[in-house]
Design a protein around this ligand. Structure first.
Ligand SMILES: Nc1ncnc2c1ncn2[C@@H]1O[C@H](COP(=O)(O)OP(=O)(O)OP(=O)(O)O)[C@@H](O)[C@H]1O
Length: 621
């Protein structure tokens, strides 16, 4: 708090020579003087400059309607008690515009002579150091007397101001009492501070009432199937639809902007008005889920997120998958070759795409190649391309290989364990030399490429067995990322189920009994299998809430095996390689075509009957 006077001489010396014995002056005032000097405020200024009138002034009053509504009874009361003290009371908005100026008629007339009127902007920038302008900056009560004002215009005045702030310290306005300097009274500041405090308390009560009104108004809205939140004027969430509550357990402590970090975008924003006083009390915000979650990765101290990554899928909460996410976030921005390993259907390709999207190569192409699906004899030309006339049957115009297609982007070599030894050598050369030579060409094409590989096989073991080259292994295995199987992250299953429902607009609450069964199951096919089962469930229940009996029926085959935990079952369900899957499909198709006749089907596939039977057994057909 400040109270004190400064002689004209001290003021003159400062404005003329810039010399000031700051120890003799209140800190806020001396700092303000230096600010004014730096900003080039004219100390000889005789009056206020910017005055709002007519519509712009009415608009400003409207914007501050709540403050005026709350503060006016207090201003009136103050006026009643300071009558005869040659004072005027002012209410100012957070930008420094005088909204209300009332009090002694003679003092009001004097104020007009320096343009100190309703609508004027009375900030430090406009009129130099003054109680209102300086309070707006320091957010503390202050009295400025006579020559403590930076500009001449106010030297004949004494002013006491106090800020009015909300619960979070955000400035709502300023209350000020001014008098000609000869009527200066040291108690004025105390009265101003007490009144400002009473206004703040009233504001708090109103906020609580508005909060309750928002909750009442939103009771119907939260039942909707689309994600909706109701927030107050500061965009703090007051109420959320059930689906948002399910997805974001911490919603009540969040602002609408926080939801953006979690993958939601604002579709529409409708103001909500009070049924009591008609003023705006908040917003109803319709959201959409964009499926782009920003995952924040924290340092050990857990204070500041150190890295973040956009992950277009469900992250869940399991420690095992959070570790994978941390590794993704750490390696994505680097140039390191990444090897992703884990069982089939765990999300390896999705992770490869995330690494690409979060890397310096994100504007280039992402080319995924399933090495297990390319016939050996075609692999070289598929990966490296060929030129016109490279071999019999080659296309006229040649063919651009996958590496060239992926240039300046990322190549994702899935099922890398399936590439034959000859190709391993060729691949090693490409990786070492960072250039590719299409079949039949003499010209090498330089490559600027990020290489990501994946496999569900144990590449280390393959090296030990001699089926995978050690030198290639070390080239590819620079940064290995393990993707946990679903049974290692069971706590993520409910999240993944809700993710599936949301993505497929299946607005149901999965019954607990089904949820428990899903969590209990071992999911050898991992997320892919989980989504397949959910798809079946959704179709069978016509998009309604699935009936547990339906699930019983549907899962009877799967579940009895889980319950018995037959180890051979897991073995049989070991994911098939792409090649095996093709073979299995061929057999099914052949059987369908021949009406189940094994001899004919074997003939159709041009394989001996004994081989056909062996495959039938292998694929449990
Ligand atoms: N975290 C996740 N959130 C949502 N969906 C996911 C997630 N991880 C994987 N999926 C989905 O699961 C399915 C299988 O994922 P993906 O193809 O990436 O697995 P994969 O490990 O590469 O399988 P494979 O080894 O058989 O090639 C895809 O439909 C993918 O979109």
């Amino acid at each position: 708090m400040t109270f004190g006077t400064v002689s004209q001489r001290v003021w003159k010396r400062f404005v003329q020579e810039g010399v000031l014995d700051a120890s003799r002056l209140n800190k806020h005032i001396s700092e303000s003087w230096y600010r004014c000097k730096k900003e080039g405020v004219n100390p000889r200024l005789g009056e206020g400059k910017q005055v709002l009138t007519g519509e712009p002034f009415n608009r400003r009053k409207k914007e501050n309607a709540l403050l005026l509504d709350i503060a006016m009874p207090y201003v009136e009361k103050m006026l009643k008690y300071i009558k005869g003290s040659h004072s005027i009371v002012l209410l100012i908005d957070p930008q420094g515009y005088v909204l209300i100026m009332k009090g002694d008629k003679e003092v009001l007339r004097l104020a007009r002579t320096i343009n100190f009127v309703e609508g004027v902007k009375w900030t430090e920038e406009e009129v130099g150091t003054n109680a209102i302008g300086t309070t707006l900056i320091v957010k503390e009560p202050i009295t400025v007397v006579g020559s403590e004002h930076y500009c001449l215009a106010s030297h004949k005045w004494t002013c006491s101001a106090a800020p009015i702030c909300d619960d979070e310290g955000i400035l709502l306005g300023v209350l000020n009492v001014s008098s000609p300097v000869q009527y200066h009274h040291p108690h004025t500041l105390g009265a101003v501070v007490s009144t400002a405090y009473a206004i703040e308390q009233e504001w708090r009560i109103r906020q609580q009432n508005e909060h309750l009104e928002l909750i009442k108004q939103s009771s119907d809205l939260v039942q909707t199937n689309i994600p909706v939140v109701i927030c107050n004027n500061k965009k703090q969430i007051v109420c959320a639809s059930q689906n948002v509550q399910n997805e974001v357990p911490e919603w009540s402590k969040m602002k609408v902007t926080d939801l953006k970090e979690l993958g939601y975008t604002e579709q529409s924003c409708t103001p909500l008005y009070s049924r009591h006083h008609g003023g705006q009390i908040g917003f109803c915000i319709h959201l959409t889920y964009t499926n782009q979650k920003k995952v924040l990765i924290y340092t050990k101290a857990k204070k500041q997120p150190s890295v973040s990554v956009f992950f277009p899928g469900e992250t869940g909460t399991s420690e095992s998958f959070q570790r994978t996410l941390r590794e993704i976030a750490q390696v994505a921005p680097t140039e390191a070759n990444v090897h992703i390993y884990g069982e089939s259907g765990t999300g390896k390709e999705l992770i490869a795409r995330v690494i690409h999207q979060n890397s310096a190569y994100k504007d280039g192409p992402f080319v995924a190649v399933n090495c297990g699906a390319i016939p050996r004899e075609l692999m070289e030309s598929e990966l490296f391309g060929y030129v016109e006339g490279a071999f019999t049957g080659a296309r006229r115009q040649g063919h651009q290989g996958k590496f060239e297609q992926a240039n300046h982007g990322t190549i994702f070599l899935d099922e890398i364990g399936e590439i034959p030894p000859a190709m391993q050598v060729a691949l090693l050369r490409v990786l070492q030399e960072r250039e590719v030579t299409p079949v039949g060409s003499k010209k090498a094409i330089p490559l600027n490429i990020r290489v990501i590989t994946a496999t569900h096989r144990d590449l280390r073991q393959m090296v030990q067995e001699g089926t995978f080259r050690e030198d290639l292994f070390y080239r590819l295995y620079v940064f290995p990322i393990y993707v946990p199987a679903l049974r290692e992250r069971k706590e993520d299953i409910p999240y993944l189920i809700r993710y599936y429902c949301r993505k497929n607009h299946w607005q149901v609450k999965i019954p607990d009994v089904i949820m428990e069964k899903m969590i209990d199951y071992d999911w050898p096919g991992n997320i892919r299998e989980l989504f397949n089962v959910l798809e079946q469930l959704r179709i069978l229940s016509n998009g309604n809430t699935p009936d547990p009996s339906l699930v019983e029926h549907l899962f009877v085959h799967r579940m009895d095996k889980i319950v018995s935990r037959d180890p051979s079952y897991v073995k049989q369900e070991k994911p098939l390689t792409y090649r095996e899957e093709l073979q299995r499909r061929e057999i099914i198709e052949a059987l369908e075509k021949t009406g189940g006749n094994v001899s004919l089907a074997a003939k159709l596939l041009n394989i001996p009957r004994s081989t056909f039977y062996r495959r039938l057994k292998k694929y449990q057909l």
